[in-house]
Design a protein around this ligand. Structure first.
Ligand code: ADP
Ligand code: ZN
Ligand code: ZN
Length: 731
């Protein structure tokens, strides 16, 4: 008799353990199958994933208590490597088995989506030459036969092509035509113009060789914007392809990288998978199947593409490695580069992280020798690095200019328009978090404990979302006594209005969440600007990424400060990255470009270092802060968010949890439990949110103990738990 250990496909936290079932003689069951089982007292039919098969029962388990598996619903959804990955995800990100399994399996497989079929027409028995309609039927048959090469036609399509519905029906009735189920591909088969590989320059070639000839492991490719990182990893993919290995290229936000997809498709033809969260369940299912069947060797996609069932994956490229979208926001809250490294450790493959502004974590590891470092210091194509000019907005105010545009930026825009070149104006809207600053001196209210900005609430209270510290805002600036102290806020609409007023003859486009809410809008704006049909592009984060426009010679960064004052310990890092990325959009053409960087804190190091394009300088400064505050990568954070519909009940519970956590952590050295405090977004869809942040050297055992403690403490209560190890955003 064989037995199977199953994970039940149900999100209940209490079911997150193995359940034992017997495998009946007449069933073949293997690891990776989805099976149907009777569950609980009522023998409800539930689904289970087979995690292990064994021949014997433990001595204390009575054989007659073990229920049999009823049937196999799907097979081969994952293999033993998948099991190891599930284990890794659970330990590292404190998730359930099921959360981890769901990453590996397309949702459609669990909700009953299968292949899509088309009922196509095929020629049936021959038409007798003396049949009264032989000629007309013959034409129809020829049409059907010819269409087969293009995938066949269904009846409605034949009607649309001009044939009579009743003739078709009669032909089917008499067997002259037959209807056949044919699997239809839902993946896109758009073709792009072919694009040949470029010959690598010396730096690129050295990097390429280092990776190809080097040991398995993670390679950090740090190269200035436009240094040809993409070209290098496309060469690597091509190399893998020649060796018969599979590759995955991960990009931050798929909808925002049409250029990258275009480039990969043009290089490798149509046989690549494009995989991301905007696909329908059916499309995802098809792509997943194509990969499992070994029909494609290359995938490009968002972080979820990492989990496609390739058989021989040896290369994972993480482009723009520093982007926050590589940290999952739903459980398992995994870090893509770390999961990729784990997977490549298993296969002896390589992870290549590419960025002009690597994350603190990645560069730190490269420094410590955990990653191999590859550096590209020159622009590969045409164009020089742009010149960056910093404008002190406090001085503008003193000179009486209250506009969003400094006089320098307005003057440069004038010149640029006169030359017939293009301009990008960037407003960092991610920063709209309600911090309070002084426009006269740049002072910002910050938490004395956590070195993050305080957030304004109704009634004027300023609160720290890490530790709960709060104070009232003063009438006048505590630093300079000016009355220009208030909540910071400008929007892209306001910028657009002002720009249109100032430059009435210019063609202005705006690109932000509002103007790109429908799928094609982004590409429309993008194409209009690329084709030179507009002069000025105003945008948020979206314009910072990957755009390669040769007409742009001026980039204006309207308020570099916004992101600097996020209530988040990564605020400076994100600011430095953004300024560098946005600046990289200027001067892609043959003449160098200019960046005008407007700020109220011109002496802050993310601003000065970005203006000098000094990544290393920034890294050193920032690392001192991380060290002093024990923030990642010099310490760990564990965010525990509880949410519930009854605020008082929630607070009572989280206070209790905090007390238990303090008792637990007192047995460990160097661990601080902060909070509870209201989350930055203190209420979502009727649920109040409170958080506790644990900081210090957190071992996996300690984190697991915290997880168990929290779930135990709220068991049976109407409270939701969310755990996040080293969160990217504390919201
Ligand atoms: P990155 O990914 O570092 O931003 P890209 O690979 O996109 O850089 O290269 C920037 C520009 O330089 C692109 O237009 C690309 O076609 C061009 N380029 C890259 N490598 C080479 C090369 N070896 N020879 C000529 N042009 C190159
Ligand atoms: Zn002031
Ligand atoms: Zn604080």
């Amino acid at each position: 008799m064989a037995y199977a250990d199953l994970i039940i496909n149900s999100t209940s936290q209490t079911l997150d353990r193995m359940f034992l079932y017997a495998v009946p003689q007449d069933l073949t069951v293997a690891v990776g199958d989805l099976v149907q089982v009777p569950f609980g007292g009522g023998n409800r039919h539930l689904q289970g994933f087979v995690m292990g098969i064994r021949d014997n029962l433990d001595p204390d388990v009575p054989a007659d208590k073990v229920k049999p598996i009823q049937r196999v619903l799907a097979s081969g959804l994952f293999d033993v490597r998948g099991l190891a990955l599930v284990d890794f995800l659970r330990r590292e990100y404190l998730c359930t088995h099921l959360d981890a399994l769901r990453l590996l399996i397309p949702r459609g497989e669990l909700t009953g989506v299968g292949h899509k079929y088309r009922k196509i027409l095929v020629p049936g028995q021959p038409i007798p030459p003396d049949h009264p309609k032989a000629k007309a039927y013959g034409v129809i048959c020829d049409f059907v036969r010819e269409s087969l090469a293009e995938g066949g036609v269904i009846k409605a399509e034949a009607v649309r092509a001009g044939f009579s519905a009743s003739s078709l029906q009669t032909m089917i009735k008499h067997g002259f035509l037959q209807v056949e189920d044919r699997v239809e591909d839902r993946y896109s088969t758009v073709r792009y113009a072919e694009d040949g590989a470029r010959v690598l320059n010396q730096e690129q070639a050295a990097g390429f060789r280092a990776i190809v000839e080097g040991d398995p492991g993670t390679y950090l490719m740090h190269g200035i914007t436009g240094s040809g990182k993409t070209e290098v990893f496309l060469h690597l993919v091509s190399h893998m392809l020649k060796q018969g290995h599979d590759s995955v290229i991960l990009v931050p936000e798929i909808a925002l990288t049409p250029q990258m997809i275009e480039r990969v498709k043009s290089r490798f033809g149509r046989d690549i998978t494009v995989y991301h969260s905007r696909l329908s369940d059916g499309e995802r299912y098809d792509e997943w199947m194509r990969v499992r069947e070994g029909k494609v060797r290359i995938a490009i996609g968002a972080r979820s593409a990492l989990f496609l069932p390739f058989r021989d994956l040896r290369l994972v490229v993480v482009d723009e490695e520093h982007e926050t979208s590589y940290k999952s926001e739903t459980s398992p809250k995994y870090v893509t580069r770390d999961v990729a490294a784990f997977m490549m450790e298993q296969t002896g493959g390589k992870v290549v992280l590419a960025s002009a502004t690597p994350s603190m974590e990645a560069f730190d590891r490269a420094r410590q020798g955990q990653y191999h470092l590859i550096q590209l210091t020159q622009r590969a194509g045409q164009g020089a690095m742009p010149t960056v000019v910093t404008v002190d907005m406090r001085k503008e105010l003193r000179l009486g200019n209250r506009s969003i545009l400094s006089s320098r930026l307005a003057a440069e825009m004038e010149k640029s328009l006169a030359r017939g070149r293009q301009i990008i104006l960037f407003l960092n809207r991610r920063g709209m978090s309600g911090f309070v600053s002084c426009r006269a001196c740049g002072f910002v209210y910050r938490c004395p404990n956590c070195s993050v900005s305080l957030t304004k609430h109704q009634g004027g209270r300023l609160t720290c979302h890490h530790c709960g510290y709060s104070q009232y805002q003063k009438e006048l600036c505590p630093s300079c006594g000016s009355s220009f102290i208030r909540e910071f806020g400008i929007g892209t609409e306001k910028v657009e209005q002002e720009v249109r007023k100032r430059f009435p003859d210019a063609q202005v486009l705006r690109m932000d969440r509002d103007t790109t809410s429908h799928k094609e809008a982004y590409e429309e704006i993008y194409n209009t600007f690329r084709d030179g049909a507009a002069d000025i592009l105003i945008g948020t984060q979206m314009v910072a990424k990957g755009l390669d426009f040769h007409g742009v010679d001026l980039v204006g960064i309207l308020a570099a400060d916004l992101s600097m004052n996020l209530p988040d310990f990564r605020a400076y890092e994100k600011t430095f990255q953004l300024i560098t990325q946005v600046s990289g959009r200027a001067g892609r053409g043959d003449e160098g470009g200019l960046v005008v960087l407007q700020t109220y804190q011109p002496e802050a190091y993310p601003v000065t270092m970005a203006a000098r394009a000094d990544y290393l300088g920034f890294f050193e400064q920032e690392m001192m802060v991380r060290q002093a505050m024990a923030y990642p990568p010099r310490g760990d954070l564990l965010a525990i968010v509880l949410s519930g519909t009854q605020e008082a009940e929630l607070i009572k519970n989280i206070q209790f949890v905090a007390q238990l956590l303090r008792e637990l952590s007192s047995r460990y050295a160097n661990i601080t439990v902060m909070g509870p405090s209201a989350c930055l977004i203190s209420r979502i869809k009727g649920y109040f949110r409170q958080q506790i942040i644990i900081k210090g050297q957190l071992t996996q055992d300690f984190a697991m103990a915290c997880k168990d403690l929290v779930y135990e403490a709220v068991r049976g209560k109407d409270i939701r738990v969310s755990l996040d190890a080293n969160p990217m955003n504390l919201v």
